[in-house]
Design a protein. Structure first.
Length: 69
């Protein structure tokens, strides 16, 4: 169950990262609600961000291939 939750969270983060990457940074302001998006669930079917309303959703951004040069 923990592995499924980790995979689901990574999928949500990837989808959110792609959405933010496509839209300009000025499109969202601090305090704005995250835009709703939908992705495939690890259990089959679809999962929408709005279906998690009222639950804690952690969004973590990181770079795994950082090159400061």
């Amino acid at each position: 169950m923990v592995i499924v939750k980790k995979i689901l969270l990574r999928s949500i983060l990837a989808a959110l990262f792609l959405f933010v990457s496509v839209h300009s940074a000025s499109a969202l302001e601090v305090g704005d609600k995250a835009p709703d998006f939908e992705l495939d669930s690890t259990k089959g079917g679809k999962l929408k961000l709005s279906s998690l309303r009222g639950k804690t959703v952690l969004i973590q951004f990181y770079v795994s291939d950082f090159d400061p040069t």
